[in-house]
Design a protein around this ligand. Structure first.
Ligand SMILES: [Zn+2]
Length: 431
């Protein structure tokens, strides 16, 4: 064997096990995202018990790694109200069928509606002219009211805010006898999920190539179903600590997303938050083989998108004593990282943040570890309000898809996932 061959063999032996280990982690993360964000999981909403299907998948992974349940149960149940769109979702303009999720979104709180309606248009800038407003509104009984948000007039910020409030009031105003309000806008379409059902349908129409003067008729066929007292579940598992089992390190990530908007349109939620579950399960797998000093509690939360309901429920669970939590990290949107990560509560828990930054620079893992103050924008907030020391971390850069039909497994880069995972393992090991 020549020297170069020996040299390369040596390099292979030294480098391959580590890179192989991490590519295995990345492969595992990809398989989790591909599964949970596939159309079979129906956007992990509440139609056909898609939430339960996702919870079962996570439970089976916990079992596979020997993660233990608390009081012999992985599931913690709670109830919620949710408006769903399990069936038809069809909208046509002047006889032309629109593409759901691309041309329009139906407001998450909309009820069922079927019919053909004449469209009455009102410009956003006319909303502050009382005479124009009352005249048009009087004429909308039984018709579709379309508010054209594309301004030709510039307003001051205060006027603009006043008009926005007026739009919100008009949208659902029960005094107005229009069964349908259309918001015509050139802004990005961003969907949500609602725990209630409103009295009338609101549709946001992407203006795109549309000429508002041409919109005279709209035909809708929408099937909505309000599910009251729906039973969903958080999934919780533990890895007992080696030396301080009575104190906890906690990992949270929500597994729910927005579900479907009619049976043909799925919001798969790859980045939000199949990616966070991929992080949670990778940490579960690693720490099952390398038990930490403190007990590691892994919680896959439901109903984050409905207002942090899963976190609120589990934070009151007698099986989880929040006073014993040494530190909690919430992962929500973990699928990019081209520009590093953002750490919510970094300015509150400075010592832990400095430690995280230090690890990152010593091990040269991510391009940046950025600091943000407190922000009640994901599940960590519920625990933070209960005085639990915590971070919420999300990745920066990469794709911009968010709460839309483009947040899909096939376009989720997971480009920094290996290094992000490595950093978080190191961070948890400093406790
Ligand atoms: Zn999320």
């Amino acid at each position: 064997m020549r020297f170069t061959s020996v040299f390369f063999l040596l390099i292979l032996i030294l480098v391959f096990p580590a890179s192989n280990l991490y590519s295995q982690n990345l492969d595992y993360a990809k398989s989790i995202v591909n599964t949970l964000a596939s159309e079979d999981y129906m956007g992990r909403g509440y139609t056909k018990k898609a939430d339960l299907k996702a919870a079962n998948f996570i439970k089976d992974e916990f079992r596979r790694y020997g993660i233990q349940p608390i009081n012999s149960e992985y599931f913690r149940y709670f109830n919620l109200d949710v408006n769903t769109f399990p069936g038809k979702m069809e909208i046509s303009l002047n006889g032309q069928k629109l593409r759901p999720g691309i041309d329009y979104l139906t407001d998450p709180s909309s009820p069922s509606l079927k019919g053909s309606f004449e469209v009455i248009r009102i410009r956003r800038q006319d909303l502050n002219k009382p005479d124009v407003l009352s005249e048009i509104l009087m004429a909308t009984a039984g018709k579709a009211l379309m508010i054209d948000m594309n301004d030709t007039v510039k307003f001051s910020p205060s006027e603009s805010e006043k008009i926005s409030k007026l739009v919100d009031a008009i949208k659902y105003d029960p005094e107005l006898k229009n069964p349908l309000t259309i918001i015509l806008s050139d802004k990005k379409l961003t969907w949500g999920i609602s725990g209630r059902q409103a009295k009338k349908v609101v549709v946001t129409l992407h203006s795109g190539e549309l000429n508002p003067d041409d919109i005279s008729f709209i035909e809708v066929d929408i099937k909505a179903r309000l599910q009251r007292n729906y039973k969903t579940q958080n999934v919780i598992g533990i890895i007992p600590g080696k030396t301080v089992p009575d104190s906890f390190l906690v990992v949270t990530a929500h597994y729910d997303h927005l579900g479907i908007m009619g049976k043909e349109t799925c919001f798969t939620g790859a980045n939000d938050n199949a990616s966070g579950i991929a992080m949670l399960l990778n940490l579960a797998k690693y720490f099952a083989e390398n038990p930490p000093k403190y007990t590691l509690v892994l919680i896959a939360l439901s109903a984050e998108e409905l207002g942090l309901l899963g976190a609120a429920s589990i934070s009151n669970d007698p099986g989880l004593e929040t006073g014993k939590i040494r530190f909690l990290v919430n992962f929500d949107m973990a699928g990019t990282g081209e520009e590093g990560i953002m750490v919510v509560n970094a300015t509150v828990f400075k010592e832990e943040f400095e430690r995280l930054q230090q690890l990152n620079s010593t091990e040269s893992l991510l391009p940046s570890v950025r600091s943000r103050g407190e922000a009640c924008i994901s599940d960590h907030c519920i625990f933070y309000m209960k005085k639990v020391p915590c971070f919420y971390i999300y990745t920066l850069g990469g794709i911009t898809a968010y709460h839309d039909i483009f947040d899909r497994a096939e376009t989720l880069p997971l480009s920094a996932f290996d290094n992000y995972l490595k950093l978080m393992i190191s961070f948890f090991e400093t406790f």
